[in-house]
Design a binder for this molecule. Sequence first.
Ligand SMILES: Nc1ncnc2c1ncn2[C@@H]1O[C@H](COP(=O)(O)OP(=O)(O)OP(=O)(O)O)[C@@H](O)[C@H]1O
Ligand SMILES: [Mg+2]
Length: 302
Amino acid sequence: MLKIEHLIKSFGDQPVLKDLNLNIRKGEIYALLGKNGSGKSTTIKILCNLLNADGGSISFKDKPLDHQSKYEIGIAPQEISVYNNLTFKENLEFFGSLYGLSGFKLKSRISELFDIFGLNQHANKKIDQLSGGWKRRINLAVALIHNPDLLILDEPTAGLDIEIRNELWALIGELKKKEISILLTTHLLEEAENLCNRIGILHNGMIQAEGTIEELKKLIPAKKIAMVETPDTEKLIERINQNGWQYRYYNKRLAMLMPQDYSLSEIINHFPDVSLISIAKRDISLEHIYYEVLQKNAEIPI
Ligand SMILES: Nc1ncnc2c1ncn2[C@@H]1O[C@H](COP(=O)(O)OP(=O)(O)OP(=O)(O)O)[C@@H](O)[C@H]1O
Ligand SMILES: [Mg+2]
């Protein structure tokens, strides 16, 4: 559906995208993850022609991305980009007209979006009178006005409370059923894990790891992870190495990567001469994978 190859972009002498390759398949939701400043929004701005790339190519439905493609792509930018002094309805009318919609077609699409997003109650309120949650909703609704085949969402749930976030997740889940392809960026690993088919981690200007959660889990050489606390870290690390296990730090907390799903007593038996204050077993999660990828590719260990 969307294919980005060897994309390069620098700002002055700061390289942001060094060789970005990304492929969004039809009907899938793809989460692009990466630290602040890793280049997610830059990629999106290039996709919607707000920035020029220094190199690389982008194709959409097997043809080079061009002016015509905008009629099939909907974008909800990170900064909410609707008119604050217009109402929901007026915003949808305005953006609909930009895509060539008018008359009955526009009216019925607006009414559909009003139903999907529950906008009726605030239909005639100006955007600047509404809370952040409603602004995010209208940002998303505007992106959908022309019924695009590909939807690009830059941090669609940033700054929202749990309730509204869940509502938007449900909405995005509904879109998935309609076979719309979605590229979204997020800092919420839970969002990527629960909503998306595939995940890509952007770091140092490239996608360093990509795949389904199950595929990405293979990057961690463990069946289970044991978070562990000890007064004698040095000795524990020595024993971990002697056992042929590996260890990591997650958020400054020591974790043992276990080659098997050992019970707590089996774990303790592996370290007969080390005093352990606490052990907590964990399944491998996207957070572990994210740290693994960043750590592996860090210029300075993190
Ligand atoms: N127009 C610009 N001029 C100069 N530098 C820019 C410009 N736009 C972005 N940058 C820089 O490019 C880098 C990537 O920015 P970008 O906004 O793409 O990151 P991001 O991954 O979207 O981050 P965040 O998660 O914070 O939204 C940053 O270092 C940013 O300061
Ligand atoms: Mg961004």
